[in-house]
Design a protein around this ligand. Structure first.
Ligand SMILES: Nc1nc2c(c(=O)[nH]1)N[C@H]1C(S)=C(S)[C@@H](COP(=O)(O)OP(=O)(O)OC[C@H]3O[C@@H](n4cnc5c(=O)[nH]c(N)nc54)[C@H](O)[C@@H]3O)O[C@H]1N2
Ligand SMILES: Nc1nc2c(c(=O)[nH]1)N[C@H]1C(S)=C(S)[C@@H](COP(=O)(O)OP(=O)(O)OC[C@H]3O[C@@H](n4cnc5c(=O)[nH]c(N)nc54)[C@H](O)[C@@H]3O)O[C@H]1N2
Ligand SMILES: [Mo]
Length: 745
């Protein structure tokens, strides 16, 4: 493969960026905080969900440092700040500027007459939420969660909402790894990844589908570096050639830094067309079957449905797989050979897989590929969905789920003494539709940035504005706060880095990482403002003001989070003796039944799932327009955390100080009569009409023909609300059908 002439990822660039991200006024605070990141007795880095390596002194990365420093922001968006700016004015600012305003400092209530937020006391704020919630039916309120929330808050929140009578839990997971949970549950009986960090030390090949760890999980590159040095193959499947995946200089390896050396990470790099991954997974299986490399004993002992799968795969021709994947026959053969020859393989995946219409099918086909070779339940092998938010997996474990299992509800009801609602609630897409058409009247968000993260932005915004009340429990100013309902509250909370002395004692919370390790996290810095409350305290305040005859004493629970953990121990499987076990250094491992070859599916075996190749999206839509359609994927830059924009740069892709960039193939541009650097509008085409965003600069990039890439959230107005993954309803923001229009100069 050709070597790019750019500097390696990580390395001095990362160190420089880490230091640059520290505001000078903040240096001492930041350095103390960083020393505590992911350390026993310290806090869990809010950056991502990649697990911590035990016994490592520096357990953070450049982007974790950015996340921490932005939370430690010394600037305050306080009452004086809000007195200076109307909501209409702030709505005109970009996401980067909003983030620059500093930490939210006190509770604020929207005043429609002046179009400004005014201070309100905590008690009055809670009373207002209670009033609004009591005035609507449980079906008319929606309760969003973003994945930074700790386990204790998440548990308390779902308990409150179920006491209120609802399962309407749209959450960031709906837009993220929902298809992974769905696919894995049906195939192997557990919705989580089966590998631990240790497996990366034993794998002979890692197949990495649709993720960009140099930016989004930089500590994973350290893991991959060690694997690569051992001779493990790292096989990347990604339409974009991501420079950060080619060579890596580990900032935690002094010799590598001093010698300015670097390790090759990707041993092989394949660039399929967007959404071509289902066909690639089928090609892997076809190679295995044709080579007779399948693990008969494993298939016989542990699975069902092999014959049907094999028939379907053998009936699919190589030509069809070439056509649907966008890879050449020789490339598919090479991929197949690598997979057949590897005694133990891990398959990892990220948003490049989950944000497609056929996400669930693709993930199940990847699991099929693992199963045919017996790559589950043995060292160095397994499924590794790489989660996003630092506690998104834990939030689900705690019951943030619009489709809770009856067993979970039963245990919850029994422990607390009430009958939880059984009916399934609404996910993100369904919530937006309900808010838009008037079924939703109150919207409460525990963290996150619903207005910016969700698809079809104008429709989401209209829905938010129609609410009787919007409430944001939050740390920093963002767009969601600027789309108030008729009544609106901003309730500022402590961040994870900050000391929490709720109830007058030093409190800690817990989180679960991407590999099912549960551990404590404790803030070390003084709070940004004396008026902040902890997330559990805010949830308790709202619950108390809303529920008339609650069987739960929320004040008592939040006076000592150990009490919340005792309740969790009674309700959530795997958490028995929670308080004691979580105090062991490094916490405890929740276990994974599939890893132990226990199959908790309906048939007591792992199930092969048959899926046909999907009809090409563009063929389906091309009839709607005379323009030539292309597929657009939306990705993160190196300097953003989802909707939080730290800087306008994207170092590894060579972008400086701009975000409205459209990455395109040079030949496509020539064929369309467009020139590099020209400004274009992007128009998406859907059954219900067109959507448009303006003023993107064309940037030639190493990307297959017919494919485009741009950053989110700027492109979210293009994602049709009903363009989502089958079954999981995850917005298909990695395959948006679009055409380009030259902008007048
Ligand atoms: N610094 C930082 N860290 C983060 C985040 C952040 O925003 N900033 N976000 C966090 C969250 S919530 C999440 S979910 C994760 C996200 O982590 P990733 O999953 O890495 O997120 P994306 O930037 O969406 O990148 C997706 C990758 O998939 C590729 N891709 C796009 N479409 C396709 C496709 O059709 N097929 C294949 N094979 N590849 C494709 C893109 O080129 C890109 O390299 O990171 C978490 N960590
Ligand atoms: N087009 C497109 N859209 C996408 C994606 C994509 O790849 N493409 N990715 C999707 C994915 S994977 C995800 S996970 C979602 C993310 O969706 P969200 O989780 O809703 O968005 P974030 O940007 O992570 O939320 C940032 C806000 O969280 C608040 N916050 C930060 N820390 C804390 C805290 O400790 N407590 C509280 N209460 N609040 C805090 C701050 O106010 C900050 O502004 O976006 C999705 N949207
Ligand atoms: Mo995510």
């Amino acid at each position: 493969m050709s070597e790019l002439k750019t500097p390696p990822s990580g390395g001095w660039g990362a160190l420089k960026a880490t230091l640059a991200s520290i505001q000078p006024a903040n240096a001492a605070r930041a350095v103390i905080a960083l020393a505590n990141a992911n350390q026993p007795g310290g806090f869990d880095c809010p950056g991502c969900a990649w697990p911590d390596k035990p016994d490592t002194k520096i357990n953070f990365c450049e982007n974790g440092a950015k996340a921490i420093n932005h939370e430690l922001d010394r600037r305050l968006a306080d009452a004086a700040f809000f007195a200076r700016h109307t909501v209409a004015e702030m709505l005109g600012w970009d996401d980067y500027t909003l983030e620059q305003q500093g930490r939210l400092a006190e509770p604020m209530r929207y005043d429609a007459a002046s179009d400004k937020y005014l201070p309100i006391t905590w008690d009055a704020a809670f009373a207002l939420v209670g009033e609004h919630l009591r005035a609507v039916s449980p079906d008319e309120a929606h309760f969003y969660t973003s994945g930074r929330t700790g386990n204790e808050t998440a548990f308390l929140y779902q308990l409150f909402v179920r006491l209120f009578g609802s399962n309407h839990f749209p959450d960031c997971s709906n837009m993220c790894h929902e298809p992974s949970g769905r696919a894995l549950n049906a195939s192997i009986g557990v919705g989580k990844g089966t590998v631990t960090l240790d497996d990366f030390e034993h794998a002979s090949a890692v197949f990495m589908f649709g993720q960009n760890p140099a930016t989004n999980h930089p500590r994973m590159l350290g893991t991959l570096r060690e694997a690569a040095l051992r001779g493990c193959k790292v096989v990347v499947i990604n339409p974009l050639r991501e420079a950060g995946l080619l060579r890596f200089q580990d900032p935690q390896q002094p010799l590598e830094m001093l010698g300015n050396g670097a390790t090759n990470i990707a041993s092989h790099y394949f660039q399929p067309r967007l959404g071509g991954d289902l066909a690639i997974a089928k090609a892997l299986i076809k190679s295995v079957l044709e080579a007779g490399a399948h693990d008969e004993a494993f298939i016989e002992a542990h699975t069902e449905g092999f014959t049907a799968l094999a028939e379907d795969i053998l009936a699919t021709s190589w030509d069809e797989l070439v056509e649907a994947s966008g890879l050449g026959r020789d490339e598919l053969a090479e991929l197949g050979r690598l997979y057949c020859e590897s005694p133990a393989s891990i398959i990892t995946w990220g948003m490049g897989i989950t944000q497609h219409r056929h996400a669930v099918a693709t993930i199940q086909m990847l699991v099929n590929a693992l199963l045919v070779k017996g790559n589950l339940g043995k060292p160095g092998a397994g499924a590794c969905p790489v989660r996003g938010h630092s506690n998104v997996q834990g939030d689900r474990t705690m019951g943030i789920n619009e489709r809770p299992s009856p067993a979970f509800l039963e245990r919850l009801g029994k422990a607390v003494g009430f009958t939880p609602p059984l009916e399934h609630g609404r996910n993100v897409v369904e919530t937006i539709a309900a808010m838009e058409d008037g079924r939703g009247k109150v919207f409460i968000a525990l963290g996150g940035n619903f207005a910016a993260a969700t698809p079809d932005s104008p429709r989401t915004w209209a829905g938010l504005r129609k609410q009787n009340l919007t409430v944001h429990i939050t740390t920093k100013l963002n767009r969601s706060h600027l789309l108030p309902g008729r009544d609106a509250l901003i309730l500022p909370c402590l961040g994870r880095t900050e000391v929490d002395e709720t109830g007058g004692i030093a409190q800690q919370i817990t989180v679960e990482d991407s590999m099912s390790m549960v551990h404590l996290t404790r803030g070390v810095k003084p709070p940004a403002s004396p008026h902040l409350l902890s997330e559990p305290a805010i949830v308790a305040g709202i619950a108390k003001a809303t529920l008339a005859n609650s069987p739960v004493d929320f004040d008592w629970l939040v006076a000592d989070y150990d009490r919340i953990r005792d309740l969790i121990a009674q309700v959530v499987p795997g958490f028995a003796d929670f308080n004691r076990r979580v105090r062991a250094p490094g916490g405890f491992y929740l276990g994974n039944s599939a890893r132990e070859l226990r199959w908790t599916t309906a048939v007591g075996r792992a199930r092969f799932q048959v899926h046909a190749l999907q009809p090409a999206l563009l063929d389906e839509l091309q009839g709607l327009t005379a323009q030539r359609l292309l597929l657009l994927t939306t990705v993160r830059s190196h300097d953003q955390y989802n909707t939080t924009i730290y800087q306008r740069n994207d170092r590894y892709r060579g972008i400086r100080n701009e975000r409205r960039v459209l990455f395109a193939n040079a030949e496509d541009l020539a064929a369309l009569g467009l020139a590099p650097d020209q400004r274009v509008a992007i128009v998406s085409v859907w059954h219900d009409g067109e959507r448009r965003v303006n003023d993107f600069r064309l940037q030639v990039h190493d990307i297959p023909r017919g494919c485009l890439a741009a950053y989110f959230p700027e492109t979210n107005p293009l994602v049709p609300l009903d363009h989502y993954a089958a079954e999981a309803m995850t917005p298909a923001s990695k395959s948006i059908p679009v055409y380009l229009k030259a902008m007048p100069h």
